[in-house]
Design a protein around this ligand. Sequence first.
Ligand code: ADP
Ligand code: MG
Ligand code: ZN
Length: 511
Amino acid sequence: MKPGFEAVIGLEVHVQLLTRSKMFCACRNEYGGDPNSHTCPVCLGLPGSLPVINGEAIRMAIAFGLAVHGEIREASPFYRKQYFYPDLPKGYQITQGPVAIVENGWLEIPDVRVGPDSVSGLGPDTEWGARGGRRASPASGRSPSSRRIGIERAHLEEDSGKSSHELSEAASHVDLNRAGVPLLEIVGGPDLRSPQEAYDYLKTMHHLVTYLGICDGNMEEGSLRCDANVSVRREGESAYGTRVEVKNLNSFRNVRLALEYEIERQIGLVERGEAFAQETRGWDADKGETRPQRSKEAAMDYRYFPEPDLPTLQVTPEEVEAVRSSMLELPESRKARFIEAYGLTDYEAGMLLQSRAFADYFEAVARGAGNGKQACNWMLGEVSRTLNERGGSIEALGLDPALLAELLRLVEARTINLNTAKEAVFPALLAGEGSAAQIVETKGLAQVSDRGPIEALVAEVLAAHPEQVAQLKGGNPKLRGFLVGQIMKQGKGKVNPQLVNEVLDESLARG
Ligand code: ADP
Ligand code: MG
Ligand code: ZN
């Protein structure tokens, strides 16, 4: 950003909730399907039909509210927001009004101003899309490398249908399968100060809602959508500048690119002393620019009024407690526990939490193996490598964590060495060739830990390489590695490396 200027950014994130049915009717909430096949009189807006609130959507909103440390409002009525558009069959959207079900929460994001060394890494590209953001730190014992971004409110509403203008030259088409799908609109505070922070915030939000299992996070299908509000001001100013709302940001990358562009544009206007009005602009990803959509003067009058067909949404403290007690451990505290219980670094714990399934798998292996550090090394090593090669997520690994845990126990017990485990047993496990013990047995991979055969092997190798032995004794330590390598090779990788080293030392000392 240009020196002397500061950006102020607040994101509005729309999250499609993963309920079975729609927000106010029993139609299936499912992406795709034949156009207009998931519809009924309620979501088609036919006269005489009446909406009914979806209890699952309420519980998901509460879960989100608790996860962002928000207040859950006991009474939050629905309103009608009127506007005319072909994909809105009723002529209005049912949404919440001045009071939202969730208010005044916060989300912790990495503090990019502290520098890259103090923040931990996100998971690999397989589960996160493009790499770039970093995981937030535990809220308890809040680390100085993270920052709290306000969540002003999160309210429930219904999605609109979808218009397509590309199917024919002569007509536009409307698909109402999406009409009435439950949405949680999450309004973030104007607390972000750079495109990178906005990117990290969206990544963290994406991680949270998918972790909670309330959204599938598929941005290409529009399950998670984002509008960005941005203004600029001269450094040191306390009042906010005129804001622009940028729409159509359908990827993490586009959020960053659009904000970078828009900040530059606004700084240019301010520097030239050109006044500009609050407006809505659209991001054109092909051209790499934002373009005006509608100005504040042209802003709609939605004529909000309380929805007469629905009772005020009431949430009792008992209902909130029921959701709280059914909730799984949240990423923040789970990460802190991983560090504490398994002796992992902040970075390792962050990587393990790349998704709930990945973290669950890790814990199953750690429990089965009785060694969290070793389980972590395997998850971030062989397991991640395999997933990267295959381009799948942990759910698609097709390996029972108990089987992997058994392999780790064989290494721990020195039945096999780590090399054999990685190169011979693990691939065989993935190929479904049986349990680790069976594979070791049938392939004869058990490590040789008896002194007799190892002494014979060492003697054989030393005899075969007199020159190297002489050089090693003459003071060239590099040759030690060479000799050990030869011994391991002769032993077909199955000999106990510690014992090899011990016996080698003794033999060299002897003569
Ligand atoms: P609206 O009802 O027009 O959407 P809101 O008050 O709900 O307006 O604010 C929408 C978003 O705009 C919020 O995410 C908020 O953080 C952000 N915002 C408000 N003022 C500014 C500003 N001056 N610069 C950047 N973002 C802002
Ligand atoms: Mg808004
Ligand atoms: Zn319906």
